[in-house]
Design a protein around this ligand. Structure first.
Ligand SMILES: NC(=O)C1=CN([C@@H]2O[C@H](COP(=O)(O)OP(=O)(O)OC[C@H]3O[C@@H](n4cnc5c(N)ncnc54)[C@H](OP(=O)(O)O)[C@@H]3O)[C@@H](O)[C@H]2O)[C@@H](O)CC1
Ligand SMILES: Nc1ncnc2c1ncn2[C@@H]1O[C@H](COP(=O)(O)OP(=O)(O)O)[C@@H](O)[C@H]1O
Ligand SMILES: [K+]
Length: 524
């Protein structure tokens, strides 16, 4: 009984703590101000609370044997650094605090905290006004970067950039812990080519920042630890966000357990159009993934040379052969819109012009959301007018190269996200841009980042598995948004389980399918 109540309490807090919205720097400032006004709490108290979380984290990870070198800017990020310094000194750490003169005026909270530290331990403080002021660090020093946080207003330049480079020169010698943001990183705009601290850990307050999720920023935040600081829940609940991070709690609300009275018709009949000579593996991976995602019935449309391969590899799938020997060229003729709940098309398909023609006829004949991947996407880039024939609510799953072929090049990742979202709205479809944090753009303009998966999945066939899972979920009557969020999450989670048991190196795309069952059991 006690365990049950403990479980309920933990569930309650995990739901409370799970915060999917990714706010902009401006919204974070509003959340800060709203909390100060409505909790109510004073600004210095909120800073004590936030910095206290960081000091506790540092205390848990580094002993008093480590001298702590904190670099503070003149704003509130620097104010946090000053509070952390005071708290760690009180716990017996040797702390050295360099005040980086990055602005002519200090924020009121910075001034307050500087006075408190001057009273407490003036000898630990020194000013940094030029590159040569950077201190020599003892062997086991830990660096804390509190120069600039979400208040950055332009890329860092001049000698302050020199300080950032000096911190980065220590990357292989000392742990670097960034407070809230690695200094120099801008939360919502591209920081490409700007000097940014390359942290090992970022202790960020309350929310993920968009910048942490962009591939172009991979070198900067290190491991991100989100520290809840009690920003007002009313602001968080009622303020709309464009970007979101998907999480387990969200998946649990999406997942539909199977009906005890179900029969195979209940969970839909999917058609998979995939495979060509030499690429039947892609079709088989998709077919297996679709079946393991719970589809009721699966038919695979394959070229003649793929018939035996498919039948022998996957007895649970039915098989339709194309007129083409090595390529699918006439799959539109096997489309009877009433027979299939959904269609998955693309893995290993090939890009023959005759395949494109069949795809055009298919798009004209089939009215419901489908999954479009791989070579089917490449066909869309060669014949872009086909984009306008895609049924509303369909799911496109490009990797970055396929995305560029489809919609053009961009100069940075923020621009690419804008383009992703714009195209999803324009075409009224879901576009899933694959990567470490796969970005899922919805027809209403919202973008969800997926947080599961690992570099073990950077191996041929992983994307084919995703296509199969998404097709399987659509067939089971999950709405497209539910299917795309749940399918992407399950795919990554199964990949994480595979990596945990087999290693990232040894796992293959087939292993993602093998762990899909465990992902349903342990994840949902
Ligand atoms: N959110 C929350 O709830 C809470 C937030 N808290 C903390 O507050 C932080 C935000 O503080 P903030 O708004 O004072 O801004 P911050 O990051 O210190 O930067 C401003 C300073 O940097 C300077 N500066 C800017 N750009 C520059 C450049 N390119 N190159 C050089 N300098 C540049 C700018 O100078 P200026 O340009 O104005 O002369 C100014 O001095 C946040 O990240 C978190 O740590 C917690 O304490 C409590 C709860
Ligand atoms: N480093 C990574 N972290 C998380 N997921 C990854 C990583 N690398 C690859 N993946 C996932 O693996 C899949 C690879 O898809 P794709 O590039 O289409 O592979 P393929 O064409 O070989 O099937 C995507 O879903 C992607 O999100
Ligand atoms: K910082």
């Amino acid at each position: 009984m006690i365990r049950f109540f403990m479980f309920l309490i933990l569930e309650y807090f995990s739901v409370q703590l799970s915060n999917m919205k990714i706010f902009t720097a401006a919204q974070i400032r509003e959340a800060d101000a709203f909390t100060i006004k409505n909790e109510p709490i004073s600004s210095p108290q909120l800073m004590e609370r936030a910095a206290g979380k960081c000091a506790a984290w540092i205390g848990e990870h580094y002993s008093q044997q480590h001298p702590i070198y904190i670099f503070c800017g003149k704003g509130n990020n620097g104010g946090d650094g000053l509070v952390i310094a005071r708290m760690l000194q009180q716990q017996g750490y040797t702390v050295s605090v360099g005040i980086v003169q990055n602005s002519s005026k200090a924020s009121p909270d910075h001034i307050l905290q500087l006075q408190a530290l001057q009273k407490h331990s003036p000898s630990s403080l020194y000013e940094i006004g030029y590159i040569t002021d950077f201190p020599a660090l003892p062997a086991n020093a830990v660096i804390v970067d509190a120069i600039i946080g979400t208040g950055i207003n332009k890329p860092i330049e001049g000698w302050v950039a020199g300080i950032i480079h000096q911190i980065n020169d220590q990357h292989h010698k000392h742990p670097i812990i960034a407070i809230d943001m690695p200094s120099g990183l801008m939360a919502d705009v591209s920081s490409r080519h700007a000097p940014v601290v390359q942290a090992h850990h970022t202790l960020s307050f309350e929310f993920y920042k968009l910048a942490f999720l962009l591939p172009e920023n991979a070198a900067f935040p290190g491991q991100v630890h989100i520290l809840p600081i009690g920003l007002h829940p009313e602001y968080i609940t009622h303020t709309p966000a464009r970007y979101h991070l998907s999480d387990k709690e969200m998946m649990r609300t999406i997942y539909q357990p199977r009906d005890p009275f179900a029969h195979k018709g209940t969970y839909g009949h999917a058609l998979l159009i995939a495979g060509s000579y030499g690429k039947m593996g892609a079709a088989i991976l998709s077919a297996k993934a679709c079946l393991h995602a719970g589809v009721g019935l699966l038919s695979c449309h394959v070229p003649q040379s793929g018939y035996q391969i498919m039948q022998i590899s996957e007895p649970c799938a039915m098989c339709i052969t194309d007129e083409g020997t090595d390529y699918n060229t006439h799959f539109h003729s096997s489309i009877d819109a009433s027979s299939y709940k959904t269609i998955g098309i693309g893995p290993g398909l090939g890009t023959q012009p005759v395949t494109a023609r069949s795809m055009e006829l298919l798009l004209e004949a089939f009215p419901r959301p489908m999954v479009i991947d791989a070579d089917a996407l490449n066909l869309l880039s060669v014949y872009p007018y086909l984009l306008y024939k895609i049924p509303a609510g369909s799911i496109l799953t490009p990797h970055p190269k396929e995305f560029e072929r489809l919609f053009g090049a961009t100069t940075n990742d923020v621009e690419r996200l804008e383009l992703l979202s714009k195209q999803a709205v324009k075409l009224q479809i879901y576009i899933l841009l694959k990567g470490r944090y796969t970005a899922i753009a919805c027809p209403d303009g919202a973008v969800y980042f997926n947080n599961t998966g690992n570099p073990g999945m950077a191996t041929g066939g992983s994307g084919d598995v995703l296509t199969g899972i998404l097709t399987g979920l659509l067939a089971q009557d999950y709405a497209p948004k539910a299917a795309v969020l749940l399918g992407t999450w399950l795919h990554g989670f199964a990949g994480d389980l595979a990596a945990a048991h087999l290693s990232q190196e040894a796992m293959t795309a087939s292993d993602i399918i093998s762990y899909l069952g465990k992902a349903f059991q342990e994840g949902l």
